[in-house]
Design a protein around this ligand. Sequence first.
Ligand SMILES: Nc1ncnc2c1ncn2[C@@H]1O[C@H](COP(=O)(O)OP(=O)(O)O)[C@@H](O)[C@H]1O
Ligand SMILES: O=c1ccn([C@@H]2O[C@H](COP(=O)(O)OP(=O)(O)O)[C@@H](O)[C@H]2O)c(=O)[nH]1
Length: 246
Amino acid sequence: MASHQPPLAYQRILLKLSGEALMGPGAGGIDVATLNRIASDIAEAVELGAEVCLVVGGGNIYRGLAGAAQGMDRVSGDFMGMLATVLNGLALGSALEDKGCSARVMSAIPMPTVCEPFIRPVALQHLEKGRIVVLAGGTGNPFFTTDTAAALRAAEMNCNALFKATQVDGVYTADPKLVPDAERYDALSFHEVLEKDLRIMDGPAIALARDNKIPIVVFSLKEKGGLAGVLQGRGAFTTIGGELTD
Ligand SMILES: Nc1ncnc2c1ncn2[C@@H]1O[C@H](COP(=O)(O)OP(=O)(O)O)[C@@H](O)[C@H]1O
Ligand SMILES: O=c1ccn([C@@H]2O[C@H](COP(=O)(O)OP(=O)(O)O)[C@@H](O)[C@H]2O)c(=O)[nH]1
């Protein structure tokens, strides 16, 4: 890290990306230009000195609940969703390497010829060596979400914050995609998010972050450089469970 840079608000972060963040303007799958743009943003954060764990969703490819709604077995659908997160994780790992970062993809569902299995001490060593760890496969269990996997891994990896990248630049009084005049909060307590049912992440993820005292920073990845800005305390974002609002 260059000496003239201000200290980062958080040193070790877990960045949660939804699968849909990789879709770009398309209706599904991975848009390579968007993937590369996100990889550049993450590379910029690493350049600033951040240690980054990444958890990526799979909603751009498959969601277990969508399969169940069409009559498919929920557990099979959930495993398909978890495998979708591995596809996204491999794409991100390779895009990050292309940007000159060192990245390791680790899956909660062991598939050793494809990527490393998630083994916590090994993942911690990767981080200490300056590598980005891409944590794919969700929690490895059906009936969970990648938001919950993100909160779980943030705790296991001793992260200082869970960065939730979304299409919107923070937590609003209501979903801003549905309620255009909803207002953005700068800071909220975990309790307020649950009590007001603000639906930015699922309840188990919020509860896990709360119980492990890991603040959640909700921000938008739409603007280039957004991640680096938030790490340096610039731009629009909402902090849940920060110092003043436990
Ligand atoms: N109170 C709220 N404040 C902000 N966003 C909300 C709120 N309630 C629901 N949302 C929705 O939650 C979405 C974030 O969840 P998620 O699906 O994981 O990410 P993505 O934004 O990538 O689709 C936002 O894009 C927004 O539409
Ligand atoms: O621990 C997990 C994480 C994910 N999933 C499945 O994987 C899908 C994709 O994850 P998610 O919907 O969380 O992705 P995102 O919305 O972040 O793209 C989910 O719908 C679930 O079917 C699961 O069963 N267990």
